[in-house]
Design a protein around this ligand. Structure first.
Ligand SMILES: Nc1ncnc2c1ncn2[C@@H]1O[C@H](COP(=O)(O)OP(=O)(O)OP(=O)(O)O)[C@@H](O)[C@H]1O
Ligand SMILES: O=C(O)[C@H](O)COP(=O)(O)O
Length: 394
C-alpha cells in the first residue's frame, strides 16, 4: 500500500535484527488464551532465522504503565514461541541494558532472543528518544511486524526507526495489502458492518466508510443511538445522548451519498443486564420503557445476512450484541455465519469481532482476520499510522 521498504529490500544475513512484534495476547492465570498474534508473526521470524539473522524480538503485553508487573511478563509467550518454532528462544527479563547487550553480543546467526515487555519502561509509551536509542543500539536493522501496535507512536514502534534502517515485516505487509486494497479499490457491492458498544469510538470510521461503501450495516450497543435518532423510544438501552444529532447526520449523509444504511428493525430486549435476564423480541418501535436492547432481533439479523450474501467485499468491526452472553449472541452468530458462507471476500477488523468468529468456530472461513483492533480501525478511518510512517521509503 505505502511505498515502504520490506525485509526483502535489505540484506539481513548475519545482521542483528530488532523485530517489533505484537505479542499482546490475552492471558488468564499465566496461560495464553489466544495465540493468534504469536502464530501471525511466525513467517517473519522464520524468514529471518533462515536468513541467518540474529533475531531480537520485542513486544508489549497489556498496559503496565511503566512499571514491572509480574503478570505481564512475556515468559509464557517465549515458551510458546519456542514450541511453535521448534527452536530455543532465550527469554530475557529486561529489554535494555548490560545483560541484554551481553546476550546479544553472544548470539550466533539464526538465534532468537525475546526481550521483556517494553512497556515496563515508562519511556516506551512516551516515545522517549533515549529509550529508542537504547533499543537501536542493540541492532543493525529494525523490522516492524507489529501491525496491532502500528497506531502507537512509541519508542519501539516509532522512535527506534529514526536510528537504524527500518523496514516492515510480512504480517505488517499483509495487513496493509488486504486492508489497503479493500479501501482503495474495493470490489462492489462493498459492505461494512459496524457494531460494538459506543458511537463515540466509531465516529471516524463511519464517516470515512460513508464515502466508500455501498451498504453500511449498524448493530450492537451503538445502534440504539441510531434508533433513538429515528424517533423511537429505546427504554434503558445504551444511549449516547450527545451523539443523537450525529447519528441523524449520518442517516442524512447516507441518503445523500446513495449508501444503503441498514439499521435494526427489531431487538432482543432484557429486563436487566445479566445472562439470566428475562428476554423478549420486539420491534424497534415497541421497546418497553424499563427494558434494554442487548442484541439485534431475528428479522434484523436475517436482513443483514441477506446483504452479506450478496456482497463482494465485507468488512466487519464490532459485535451485534452482547455476544459473550448466550441469550444475546444470536445476532452476532447469524452475521458470523453469513460471513462464513458468502462468496464475497470477508475481512474481520480485529478485536471483539475476531473473538466472535473464534467463538462461533468460523474463523477459518474468513478471508482475512486482522491482528489489529485499534490499528485496523484507524487505518479504515484513513489515518496515517505512525509505526508505518516511520519506516524507510522504497
Ligand atoms: N446492545 C448492547 N448493549 C450493551 N453492550 C453491547 C451491546 N452490543 C454489544 N455490546 C458490547 O460491546 C462490546 C464490544 O464493543 P467495543 O466497541 O468495545 O468493541 P469492538 O467494537 O469490537 O472494538 P475492538 O475491535 O477495538 O475490540 C462487547 O463486549 C459487547 O458485549
Ligand atoms: O491489542 C491491541 O490493540 C494492541 O496490542 C495495542 O495495544 P494498546 O491498545 O494497549 O496500545
Amino acid at each position: 500500500m505505502l511505498n515502504k521498504k520490506t525485509m526483502k529490500d535489505i540484506d539481513v544475513k548475519g545482521k542483528r535484527v530488532f523485530v517489533r512484534v505484537d505479542f499482546n495476547v490475552p492471558m488468564a492465570d499465566g496461560v495464553i488464551t489466544d495465540e493468534t498474534r504469536i502464530r501471525a508473526a511466525i513467517p517473519t521470524i522464520e524468514y529471518l532465522v533462515e536468513q541467518g539473522a540474529k533475531v531480537i524480538l520485542a513486544s508489549h503485553l497489556g498496559r503496565p504503565k511503566g512499571e514491572v508487573k509480574e503478570d505481564m511478563r512475556l515468559t509464557a509467550v517465549g515458551v510458546r514461541l519456542a514450541e511453535l518454532m521448534a527452536k530455543p528462544v532465550t527469554k530475557l527479563d529486561e529489554s535494555i541494558g548490560q545483560v541484554v547487550e551481553e546476550a546479544v553480543a553472544n548470539m550466533q546467526n539464526g538465534d532468537m532472543i525475546l526481550l521483556e515487555n517494553v512497556r515496563f519502561h515508562a519511556g516506551e509509551e512516551k516515545n522517549d528518544p533515549a529509550l529508542a536509542e537504547q533499543f537501536a543500539k542493540l541492532a543493525d536493522v529494525y523490522v516492524n511486524d507489529a501491525f496491532g501496535a502500528a497506531h502507537r507512536a512509541h519508542a519501539s514502534t516509532e522512535g527506534i526507526a529514526k536510528h537504524i534502517p527500518a523496514v516492515s515485516g510480512f504480517l505488517m505487509q499483509k495487513e496493509l495489502d488486504v486492508l489497503g486494497k479493500a479501501l482503495s479499490n474495493p470490489e462492489r457491492p462493498f459492505t461494512a458492518i459496524i457494531g460494538g458498544a459506543k458511537v463515540k469510538d466509531k465516529i471516524g470510521v463511519i464517516e470515512s466508510l460513508l464515502e466508500k461503501v455501498d451498504h453500511l450495516i449498524i448493530g450492537g450497543g451503538l445502534s440504539f443511538t441510531f434508533i433513538k435518532a429515528q424517533g423511537y423510544d429505546i427504554g434503558k438501552s445504551l444511549l449516547e445522548e450527545d451523539k443523537i444529532d450525529l447519528a441523524k447526520s449520518f442517516i442524512e449523509k447516507a441518503k445523500a451519498k446513495g449508501v444503503q444504511l441498514h439499521m435494526p428493525v427489531d431487538a432482543v430486549v432484557a429486563n436487566e443486564f445479566s445472562k439470566d435476564a428475562e428476554t423478549q423480541i420486539v420491534g424497534v418501535d415497541a421497546i418497553p420503557g424499563d427494558w434494554m436492547g442487548l442484541d439485534i432481533g431475528p428479522k434484523t439479523a436475517a436482513n443483514y445476512a441477506e446483504v452479506i450474501k450478496d456482497s463482494k467485499l465485507i468488512i466487519w468491526n464490532g459485535p451485534m450484541g452482547v455476544f459473550e452472553m448466550d441469550k444475546f449472541a444470536s445476532g452476532t452468530k447469524t452475521v458470523a455465519d453469513a460471513m462464513a458462507t458468502t462468496t464475497g471476500y470477508t475481512v474481520i477488523g480485529g478485536g471483539d469481532s475476531a473473538a466472535a468468529v473464534e467463538k462461533f468456530e468460523v474463523a477459518d472461513k474468513m478471508d482475512h482476520i486482522s491482528t489489529g483492533g485499534g490499528a485496523s480501525l484507524e487505518l479504515m478511518e484513513g489515518k496515517e499510522l505512525p509505526g508505518i510512517v516511520a519506516l524507510n521509503d522504497k
